[in-house]
Design a protein around this ligand. Structure first.
Ligand code: PAF
Length: 285
């Protein structure tokens, strides 16, 4: 355990990472938007178990929030985050300003394109979100120069698109995914859970319960129908989508196709808070 050093400029970060590289040390990178919870800390520990040095970035990226989304109210808590990271093996926190990441302004920055998959599901509900997310991940990876970058499986579509970008752009790093961390009540940990009232939190449990119902089903059609019926009838839960996709392509599995495996993805709004979750499903085995 070390107290991580906090750097805010790209120049300071470069100096630090260069000194590690000169000693032949590998670098693991955990990009975050802060408001850290156990899920983030699991990413840090996964990185620390596989690389010599760990950098955690904390940057609420304006480019991945649409008009009317929660950019302004997104929780920001650098002091608390630094405290949480001091209990982990993180070596450095990179907490840049918007100007440091986007010297010409976020609007003037050429964005990465998330392509057709970026227009589905989250991309359909949050236009431009994935282009902005990929843009910042590419920029941060360029600044940190990691050997490995760590992402949570909870954001399945994000993870899919990052893997695709890294492959397409030939970025010299390995993308590592880490299983979703859940509370004792099975709700997936998310920084946005902080927005839920106690009552909304109880309502949100319909999401992991729907995924649990799907796990007990013997076909994709049955899983989709039963999980949808459960979550759509849950009080105070407004379902945006609940689908089963092919994990290799992220395309929806058409009804009647009976895949042996699928990834169930779900997004729903409870009060003013939009949550996502997913579950790998195996059928007929
Ligand atoms: O998952 C997140 O917290 C963000 O989308 C990421 C990957 C840090 C990019 O801003």
């Amino acid at each position: 355990m070390t107290t991580p050093v906090i750097v805010s400029s790209a120049a300071q970060l470069r100096e630090l990472t260069q000194s590690w590289r000169e000693k032949g040390q590998s670098i693991g990178f955990v990009p975050t938007m802060g408001s850290l919870h156990e899920g983030h800390l699991a990413l840090v520990e996964a990185a620390a178990s596989e690389t010599d040095r760990v950098v955690v970035s904390i940057f609420v990226n304006p480019l991945q929030f649409g008009a009317g989304e929660d950019f302004d109210r997104y929780p920001r808590s650098l002091t608390q985050d630094a405290l949480a990271l001091s209990t982990t093996s993180a070596d450095a926190i990179f907490a840049p300003s918007v100007e440091e990441i986007y010297p010409d302004g976020p609007g003037a920055t050429p964005t990465q394109s998330s392509g057709p998959v970026g227009l589905l599901f989250e991309g359909l509900s949050r236009p431009g979100h994935f282009d902005g997310m990929l843009t910042v991940v590419a920029r941060l990876c360029d600044l940190v120069g990691p050997d490995r970058a760590y992402f949570g499986q909870k954001d399945a579509q994000q993870l899919f698109l990052i893997r695709h970008m890294v492959k397409q752009e030939g970025l010299p790093l390995e993308v590592v995914s880490v299983p979703t961390i859940r509370g004792v009540d099975r709700l997936a940990l998310s920084s946005r859970n902080a927005f839920l009232s106690a009552e909304e939190h109880q309502r949100a449990l319909a999401i992991p319960r729907a995924l649990e119902i799907a796990r007990g089903c013997s076909s994709a059609d049955q899983a989709r129908a039963q999980a949808r019926s459960y979550v759509e009838s849950a009080p105070g839960v407004e379902v945006d989508y609940l689908e089963i996709v092919d994990p290799e392509t992220f395309e929806p599995c058409a009804p009647g196709t009976n895949p042996r495996e699928g990834l169930m993805i779900v997004a729903a709004t409870i009060g003013a808070t939009r949550l996502i979750d997913n579950q790998v499903l195996a059928f007929g085995q």
